[in-house]
Design a protein around this ligand. Structure first.
Ligand SMILES: [Zn+2]
Length: 374
């Protein structure tokens, strides 16, 4: 054995010892790497990642740096800056005003406006006939910022999804998908889906070429045996993505839950869905720290986060390689589905937040009537 062969053997033993591989041959998530990403995003330096603040810009720069390290390509056709953050003008009264707890809290000074940034990077498709089509994987990296001196770290919401986004991108980098996979880190979500709206309205990718969106929002709590997906029972919205997610989860012994359907309009997948792009969102359930300063990194389950990342990794690749585009399923198909356990508690709003919500009706007001009723 020559010297270089010997060195190669040593390197391959080292690699085998340090990274595990799933049954389908794709690398497994690395909890240590995800923890480093999440803890940086929650650090005091980023000050809660409020849209339009230097902290959110630092988060965008971090996501861009990781995309560049992974070797993703820019989207150039629409003129956005690719894997460097691209900027859009914003006001915190978007196309709808969110009414959930914490939103009013985040705006003690009333309307703010300025520039905000999303980040997008592309794993190019390898099939010449399909490379012009995109499967999106999305997560918002913004949160509520620092309010009256109190920092909202947003570890679950949504540093967890952002860490998941970065990890899925690393796990798929060698996968050679037939369609292109676009990884989009979004800002302005807490202000009313502003970043995903700005991205899609900007037509960096023509909407006809956007075949799916797989979104992650709050995936870090990982109660054993509980992982939510939406849409689960929404007429005209349940697609083959939900069907495939159920099968891929089942292959890992996970039975998906359907208890967060009332939040359908409350994260970035909705910007895609309302443009008739098949969309799906993963979430590990609401909790008492939602939109509170107590949403901290020490409460994150990396085993739970890894479980979601494996499913999103497999779903993104399956969708990118499928012969057919995702499509809406007939009601009769999904009405027959059984769902996994549902233990998410109801949210109890602070008095001030309840009042703010009363004064603040919006299109998502319906959720007050439907949330947690399933
Ligand atoms: Zn969120």
């Amino acid at each position: 054995m020559g010297n270089s062969a010997c060195i190669k053997a040593i390197i391959s033993i080292f690699i085998l010892n340090t990274c595990t591989v799933s049954a389908n041959g794709l690398p497994d998530p690395d909890p240590v790497r995800m923890k480093a990403d999440l803890e940086y995003l929650c650090s005091p330096d980023l000050a809660g990642r409020g849209t339009g603040t230097p902290g959110a810009d630092k988060a965008a720069a971090y996501v861009a740096e990781k995309m560049q390290e992974t070797g993703l390509s820019p989207i150039v056709a629409g003129g956005f800056g690719g894997v460097t953050p691209y900027h859009y003008p914003w006001r915190d009264a978007g196309w709808f005003r969110p009414s959930g707890p914490g939103h009013a809290l985040a705006k003690p000074g009333g309307l703010r406006s300025g520039e905000a940034s999303d980040v997008v990077g592309v794993l190019p498709g390898t099939d010449p006939a399909l490379a012009g089509e995109y499967v999106f994987v999305t997560a918002h990296f913004d949160h509520l910022g620092t309010v009256r001196g109190t920092r909202y770290p947003g570890a679950d919401d949504n540093a967890s999804g952002t860490a998941g986004l970065l990890e899925v991108m690393r796990l798929l980098r060698e996968s050679g998908p037939r369609r292109s996979i676009a990884f989009l880190g979004v800002s302005g979500e807490e202000e009313g889906l502003l970043g995903s709206e700005a991205f899609l309205a900007g037509k960096a990718v023509p909407i006809a070429a956007v075949k799916a969106d797989i979104n992650m929002d709050m995936i870090g709590r990982g109660r054993p045996g509980e992982l939510h997906v939406m849409p689960a029972r929404r007429k005209g919205c349940v697609t083959t993505l939900t069907r495939d997610a159920r099968a891929l989860a089942a292959a890992q012994g996970v039975s998906l839950s359907a208890g967060i359907e009332g939040y359908w309009r409350d994260s970035d997948h909705y910007s895609f869905a309302r443009r008739s792009v098949p969309a799906i969102c993963f979430n590990t359930g609401l909790h008492e720290d939602y939109h509170r300063p107590t949403d901290t990194p020490d409460k994150i389950s990396y085993a739970g986060l890894s479980r979601v990342v494996r499913i999103v990794r497999d779903l993104a690749l399956k969708t990118a390689n499928a012969a057919e585009d995702p499509e809406v399923l007939p009601e009769v198909t999904w009405q027959a589905w059984a769902w996994g356990p549902y233990r998410t508690p109801s949210l109890e709003l602070d008095e001030g937040e309840s009042q703010a919500e009363e004064k603040n009706p919006g299109p998502d007001k319906e959720r007050a009537n439907v949330e947690f009723s399933m």
